[in-house]
Write a protein that binds this ligand. Structure first.
Ligand SMILES: C[S@@+](CC[C@H](N)C(=O)[O-])C[C@H]1O[C@@H](n2cnc3c(N)ncnc32)[C@H](O)[C@@H]1O
Length: 406
């Protein structure tokens, strides 16, 4: 159905300095999107404490949050290399907390504030190291978030452990979580597969450590302008996998603005919150320098084909003889969990549960969301195939794609 399009207007300015109502604000968004995002300071950096600023946002208004909070590294002394040169460690005042309890309290407060503003269909990514990520993970679960993955960013050029008393610390962990166990959320599975040369993307990401080369922002003395600037490639995977063009991506610990840079390149709206003016200036300069290619939905939309392909009801496959009532389905290829197709298009699992392919799959996965098309398999003449393959055959043979484009 055609949706009314309106030009997005500069939005309310709840708190902090207002910057960067850049040309992106003229981009077209749908009327319903605009209503939801009216009070959001889109494409701006807000100066201040994220816990306070997030209180001013409408609830359930954000599609995706990427948070790179203080690590609480608890560094006591300066670190030196064997040749006695000083290691450029993260010893900034923003990373200091009086105790682990103080850190936990801070973490709980900002995560609660994030949960309030996240749409039920939204997801949050939090990145951290062994110093903080376990604490963050526990608090996420306490607050009712549902952990979808922990992704390991393996650094291909980590800093050695100079004193040789531990293993080289060569990774950071990203926790990706939805708002609850049964929440629906965006995952651009096909796009991630394509990005990974046709193979399903795994949770171990081998990428360069920290931002380096031309993307690393330096100050006038040639030193790093921000001690923990993240690589754009990392944010690229986060944003491409779990949001779509026009979505609102929030970063409550904006730092040098890496999230904004990548969100702008991918035609997402972004909002950054940052305490320190000097970082805001760096971030703003970086974002202003991004020349995103003009928005073209056909280019920038990476939703998987399954989502844009003509809808087919499971029962249509039964009615038209592609599948038979009484035929066995296997949950996964290992054939240990089975269900039987009923004449009305529901299926019955071995323990007597009856429902749609999605409900029955969810039943077998302790109520976790389940796309039955991908999880159920059936024995055909050419071997075991997924229901989504049977559905695709149906679409092609019945000419559903042609009907749609005519
Ligand atoms: C780990 S850095 C984020 C780096 C960022 N991801 C990047 O690529 O540049 C954390 C940032 O959060 C900021 N910060 C710390 N506490 C904050 C708070 N309560 N509210 C807003 N910003 C905060 C710090 O000033 C710092 O720039």
């Amino acid at each position: 159905m055609e949706q009314t399009k309106v030009a997005a207007q500069p939005t309310a300015q709840p708190l902090g300095i207002v910057k960067n109502l850049y040309e992106d604000s003229k981009r077209f968004i749908t009327l319903s999107q605009r209503r939801k995002s009216m009070l959001l300071p889109l494409n701006q950096i807000l100066e201040g404490d994220c816990i306070d600023i997030l209180q001013t946002f409408p609830e359930k208004s954000i599609d995706l949050i990427f948070a790179d909070p203080p690590y609480n590294l608890q560094l006591q002394n300066e670190l030196h290399r064997p040749n006695m040169t000083k290691v450029d460690a993260v010893d900034d005042p923003w990373d200091k907390f009086a105790s682990l309890q103080a850190y936990d309290q801070f973490t709980r407060q900002w995560l609660e504030a994030c949960k309030r503003v996240l749409k039920p269909t939204g997801t949050i990514w939090v990145i951290g190291t062994y110093h903080n990520i376990f604490r963050v993970g526990a608090i996420l679960q306490d607050l009712g978030f549902w952990i979808l993955n922990d992704v390991v960013w393996i650094k291909t050029n980590p800093m050695p452990n100079f004193r040789g008393v531990r293993f080289t610390n060569a990774h950071e962990t990203l926790i990706w979580a939805s708002t609850g166990k049964s929440a629906k959320y965006t995952f651009n599975h096909q796009a991630m597969k394509a990005l990974n040369e046709g193979k399903q993307m795994r949770s171990d990401w081998w990428l360069l450590s920290s931002a380096s080369g031309a993307e690393r922002v330096k100050d006038e003395k040639g030193d790093k302008a921000h001690s923990t600037q993240k690589p754009e490639a990392l944010l690229y995977r986060v944003i491409l996998s779990s949001s779509n063009p026009g979505d609102v991506v929030l970063d409550p610990f904006f730092g040098s603005g890496t999230t904004g840079v990548v969100a702008k390149r991918l035609h997402r709206h972004w909002i950054g919150i940052e305490k320190e003016k000097k970082y805001i200036e760096i971030a703003q300069r970086r974002i202003d320098a991004v020349q995103a290619a003009p928005f073209d939905p056909a280019t920038f939309n990476v939703k998987s084909k399954a989502k844009t392909a003509p809808k087919v009801a499971f029962s249509a496959l039964v009615e038209s003889g592609y599948l038979q009532a009484g035929q066995k389905l296997f949950f996964g290829k290992d054939q240990t969990k089975v269900a039987t197709i009923k004449p009305d298009g529901r299926i019955r699992t071995a323990d007597g549960f009856e429902g749609s392919i999605h409900q029955a799959g969810s039943h077998l996965m302790n109520d976790a969301p389940c796309n039955g098309w991908e999880h159920w398999y059936v024995q055909m003449d050419n071997g075991i195939v997924s229901l989504s393959e049977v559905r695709e055959k149906f679409r092609l043979e019945k000419g559903l794609y042609e009907e749609r484009s005519s």
